[in-house]
Write a protein that binds this ligand. Structure first.
Ligand SMILES: [Zn+2]
Length: 179
């Protein structure tokens, strides 16, 4: 049995009660989270329940054209008012380089990795968060009254640490989440 078959069997059991039926498509806590697809990060890590927030994930937690599209849909159509960007320690994209990844793909497939402008590899996780914040703040379709804050999730301690940038508002005094 493949894992996908196992998932289908589990879904069959879930659907008998389908307790998430009562949720609406609008995130209850009006939050959108952009983060990495890393296995160690989850709504549980953030104290969220299914239905509380939009969770937008990609390798790295990178603001790409498609991320922006999702965030714009999230805000304008589904009412989210705060955006949280979370990158994390020990990210796979920190342990490689654009050249290395391209070489791996070429070695396996015998052909160049086409169709990717960038894999968004990075060295410094804090700088990477700041660069995502900058892309969001600079985008004309994201209104200024949408709160945008950036964080590094430490996979060892389980804690979020806020990364301030020049545009971080003064009213956001706390450096720690949960205080
Ligand atoms: Zn990652």
């Amino acid at each position: 049995m493949s894992v996908i078959d196992e998932v289908l069997a589990a879904n069959e059991i879930y659907s008998r009660n389908h307790e998430l039926r009562k949720l609406t498509p609008r995130p209850e806590r009006k939050l959108a989270v952009l983060t990495c697809m890393d296995t160690r990060l989850s709504i549980r890590t953030l104290g969220l329940k299914t239905g509380d927030a939009h969770i937008i994930r990609n390798a790295g937690g990178i603001v790409t054209e498609d991320t922006l599209r999702s965030l714009v849909v999230s805000h304008y159509l589904l009412g989210t008012e705060e955006i949280m960007v979370i990158n994390h320690t020990d990210c796979g994209l920190m342990h490689t380089s654009e050249q290395d990844l391209r070489a791996r793909i070429q070695n396996r497939t015998g052909t160049d990795a086409v169709g990717f402008d960038s894999f968004y590899t990075f060295q410094n996780v804090e700088e990477n968060v700041r660069s995502q914040l900058q892309k969001l703040r600079a985008h004309p379709s994201i209104p200024k009254n949408v709160a945008i804050r950036g964080f590094v999730y430490d996979v060892t301690t389980g804690r979020l640490r806020e990364i301030k940038d020049a545009a971080s508002s003064d009213k956001r005094d706390s450096d720690q989440v949960g205080h």
